[in-house]
Design a protein around this ligand. Sequence first.
Ligand code: NZQ
Ligand code: ZN
Length: 389
Amino acid sequence: MQLDFSYYNPTTIHFGKNSLAKLNDELSHYGETVMLMYGRNAIKSNGLYDEVIAILRHAGKNIIELSGVMPNPTYKKMMEGAQLVREHNVSLILAVGGGSVIDCAKGISVSAYCENEDPFQKYWVEYQEVKNKIIPVASILTMVGTGSEMNGGSVITHEDTKYKIGRVFPANVFPKFSILNPEYTFTVSQYQMVSGVFDTMSHLMEQYFSDQGANTTDYLIESLLKSSIDNLRIALKNPSDYEARSNLMWNATLALNTLTGLSKTQDWQVHMIEHQLGAYTDCAHGMGLAAISLPYYRFIYKFGIDKFVRFATQVWGISTEGKTQNQIALEGIDALEHFTKECGIVTSLEDLGATREMLPEIAQSTTIIGRGYKKLTTKDVLDILEACF
Ligand code: NZQ
Ligand code: ZN
C-alpha cells in the first residue's frame, strides 16, 4: 500500500564529536532564562553538566535547574517543571538526557500555561489540540533509542491512575535543535544500551508490520534494522567504538522522526501493551517491548505472512529453499528471539518486575489500536502477557 503523505521535520540536528560547539549560537535565538533539565547522576558523573553550565553562563543566561527526571517520567515531575517555567518566565527548556528527560521537557512545554486545567487529562487522555502558549524545547541527547530528539512524542506516566500514555504533538513542540554526540553515550550501561537499541528496532518493526507491500519506506526500515543489529554486536564488544555508537544513535533518530512511517498505516500495539506494563512495573521501555514482541509477533504473523517472510529473508538472511511460507516467517521471529538472547535483552516479565496478579489489570488498561494485521481483544493481550512469563 502506498498512502499519500506530507513530510516536514523542523528539528535541526547537530551531530558529531564537536556538536556541542553549536550550542552557543543556538542559544542566541532565545531569551535570557533557560531551564536546564536532566536525570539523576549520569550527566554530573561524566562531566557534561559542567560543560553545559559553562556554555550557558558564557552566553549570559539565567539558569533554572530541574534535576531528578526519572525514567518513565511522571505527571508530578512534569507539573513541578511547569510551575518553575511560570515562576521564572523561562524562554527555553534545554533537556540533557535520554528520552525520559526530553519527553518530560515537551510535557512541561505544553503544560506550563494550560491554566486551570489538568494537562494530562486534556492533552494525553483526551488528545486535545494545544492552543495555549508553549515554550521552545531543545535537547542534548545522552542515551539512544526513543527518537524523542527529533519528534513530537511525549510519554508521561500518571502515577496515581497508573496510566502511561504517549502523545505525539505537532511540529511546534518538536525540539528546535538537538545535539547528538555519540561519545556522550559511551557511559550508558550495557543494560540501558541494549534496551535502547531494541526500542529503535521496535519502532522500525511497528511501522514495518503494517501492510503487505514493499515501498521505499520498507526498504529503509530493513536497512536500519540491519544496521542496528550489526552495530549493537560491535558496541557490545567495544562500547567505545565511535562508529558503532554513532550508527546506533543516528538509526534511533531516523527510526522515529516520522521518516520511516511515511506512506504506511503503522501498528504500535506492542508499544501500547508496554506502556501499561511500564505503568505497573517501571521497567526499562526497550526491555518491556522485547518481552512483548516475541509472543505478539508469533500471534499475528499468520495474518501478515508475506511481510513476515520478507522480514525473515531481508533482515535475517533466512534461506527459503524447501520451506513453506509459514516456516520461513517463524524462522524470522526465531532469529529475532536468538538476537535478544545473544545481546542479553531481558524478555521475562518476572525479571522486569511483573507478577501474574498484575496481568489482568495491565491487559484491561491497554489501549487496543486495531491497525495491525489482527485486532486484539483484551483476552489476546492477557494471553500475550502470560506467554512472557
Ligand atoms: O537518570 P540518569 O542518571 O540520567 O540515568 C539515565 C537513566 O537511568 C541513564 N542515562 C542516560 N544517559 C546516560 C545514562 N547513563 C549513563 N550515561 C549516559 N550518557 O539511562 C537511564 C534511562 O534513561 P531514559 O531517558 O529513561 O531512557 P530512554 O531514552 O529509553 O527513555 C525512555 C522513555 O521514553 C519513552 C519511554 O516510554 C520511556 O518513558 N518513549 C518516548 C518516545 C518518544 N518521545 O517518541 C517513544 C518511545 O517509544 C518511548 O515510549
Ligand atoms: Zn519505543
